[in-house]
Ligand binder design. Structure first.
Ligand code: ADP
Ligand code: MG
Length: 482
């Protein structure tokens, strides 16, 4: 039995009441992913996965939540409700707010609310366009996210080629692949790529709607309330290109059904659909089977981590953009080399690093040396280190533990003594690294992603039934983490 933190019971009751009031679908869309972090001194601390959700709940449901919490939490009077974005604390760079918080009356959409924003690059884009509930303008696009600014490299060339093709698709012509489904871990350029497609297609005169999954849900719920759901659907079906970002956030039965209908009708009418998510369709646990298979029937492309050259190019682009706002900016080539060598995960971290160096340079007026960069980025680099587990480390520890060679682990051999450790290593790779299934497959002797998925499910099943194995895996994880 898991230990219940103070307030969890009460919070559970608040959720039940919300569900009864709002109905299953609305509840699932907005409250399923809200967690109680703690309850202290009269403040209920809630956490959510994205900024969008935070703004949304703050604007729309705060008062209602307050009343329900006051009713259910007994020990002290509830005086405040605080929302935080989960995972936001991992990023050492304080997110700078560029888009004003939404208020009750202001339901203007905000793109990719979770994005930690970057001061030097703001200003060029002003998403301040008011939209009525039933207009179908989509989430605002960030002009900087274009094909021109997208750096190509080995890890994304296939995705980029497919994206260009989708953007060039002409209405009425047969669609080559549909939907195009882009999957990658956070910060690897999904949103950038989708928005590049949207802007390029729009420039070619096509009717384009770009929506985050949350935004799609919001639209739909709003349309249901206004009894304009029909026109919402019809509007959606009258477009040439639909792009849905962060599909992993799509929740709610009715909304999924609606999404499924929209998807089917667009695809059947040869309209291009492009989807981005942080995982494969089969891994979207909450998604309807029919949606999954429809998605899996399109073209699946993944984006891997950028290599050194790409990182270096992305950085140069960032600095060039920052120079427009900060003409006195001075960051030497060797500093950029240093950053490209040491900030290795995602475009988002590169943005964060540049942002910080620009700030430091502007505040001190000093040109930044490599030593200064090292100090300025130290916590950013160190904060990351413990989390970066490499697949090689997993393979090394697992092969040593089970006494099989690494060559065997990667080989096609199917004997039991090799198969089980191999599955365990794949399972741990999925658990401990942000790598996608196809990428893990490639690193295990070029196996298919379905093999990896099978391994992951198999070991999950076994772990659930077998405490000894569970402890064994915990032991392995500790060794890998060292
Ligand atoms: P995701 O949506 O996959 O989480 P984003 O598209 O938001 O990632 O990318 C994070 C940041 O990194 C953005 O500022 C983006 O412009 C930048 N970025 C990622 N990949 C590239 C690339 N190949 N070229 C240029 N910028 C990139
Ligand atoms: Mg994104």
């Amino acid at each position: 039995m898991t230990y219940m933190h103070p307030g969890q019971d009460e919070w559970g009751r608040v959720k039940l009441r919300l569900k009864a009031e709002l109905g299953e679908d609305v509840f699932t869309s907005w409250f399923n992913r809200v967690d109680l972090e703690r309850y202290t001194n009269g403040t209920v601390h809630l956490s959510v996965p994205t900024r969008f959700l935070k703004n949304w709940l703050q604007g729309r449901y705060r008062d209602r939540l307050m009343l329900l919490c006051r009713d259910e939490f007994e020990s002290e009077a509830v005086s405040n409700i605080e929302f935080s974005v989960r995972g936001a604390a991992i990023r050492p760079l304080a997110p700078v707010q560029t888009v004003p918080e939404q208020t009750q009356a202001d339901i203007r959409p905000i793109t990719t609310g979770a994005k930690p924003f970057v001061r030097p690059f703001e200003a060029q884009h002003n998403p301040d366009v008011r939209q009525s509930d039933d207009s179908l303008t989509g989430s605002p696009l960030d002009q900087r996210y274009s094909f021109e600014t997208f750096v190509e490299g080995r890890s994304n060339s296939f995705a980029l080629a497919a994206a260009r093709k989708a953007a060039d698709q002409r209405p009425g012509e047969p669609v080559g692949f549909n939907p195009l489904y882009v999957h990658a871990a956070v910060g690897l350029g999904k949103t950038h790529l989708l928005q590049a497609i949207a802007q390029s297609a729009r420039a070619n005169g096509r009717r384009v709607v770009y929506l985050t999954a949350e935004h799609f849900m919001y639209r739909f719920v709003a349309a249901l309330k206004n009894q304009s759901a029909m026109s919402f659907k019809e509007n959606l079906r009258a477009i040439d290109l639909l792009l849905i970002d962060d599909l992993q956030f799509l929740q709610g039965k009715q909304i999924q059904q609606e999404f499924c209908h929209t998807l089917n009708s667009l695809i059947d009418n040869a309209r291009q659909v492009v989807i981005a998510a942080d995982r494969l369709p089969v891994e979207l646990e909450s998604l309807d089977e029919r949606v999954k298979s429809r998605l899996a029937g399109g073209l699946l492309v993944d984006i891997g981590e950028p290599d050194y050259d790409m990182r270096r190019k992305i950085l140069s682009g960032r600095v060039a953009a920052a120079l427009k706002n900060y003409p006195t900016l001075s960051l030497s080539e060797s500093v950029l080399d240093y950053v490209a060598q040491n900030v290795t995960c995602s475009g988002r971290d590169l943005d964060g690093a540049v942002n910080r160096l620009v700030q430091q340079n502007q505040l001190t007026g000093e040109s930044i040396s490599v030593e200064m960069a090292e100090v300025a980025l130290r916590d950013l680099l160190r904060g990351k280190e413990p989390k970066r587990v490499r697949i090689e480390d997993i393979q090394r520890v697992v092969s040593k533990h089970y006494n099989v060679s690494k060559a065997d682990l990667l080989s096609a051999r199917r004997t039991r003594t090799v198969v089980r450790p191999r599955q365990i290593a794949m399972y741990l790779s999925k658990q401990m690294t942000p790598r996608s299934l196809p990428e893990i497959g490639r690193r295990f002797g070029n196996r298919d992603h379905t093999t990896v998925l099978h391994a992951v499910r198999k070991i999950e099943e076994m772990v659930n039934a077998d405490r000894v194995l569970l402890e064994e895996l915990e032991g392995l994880k500790r060794q890998i983490d060292m």
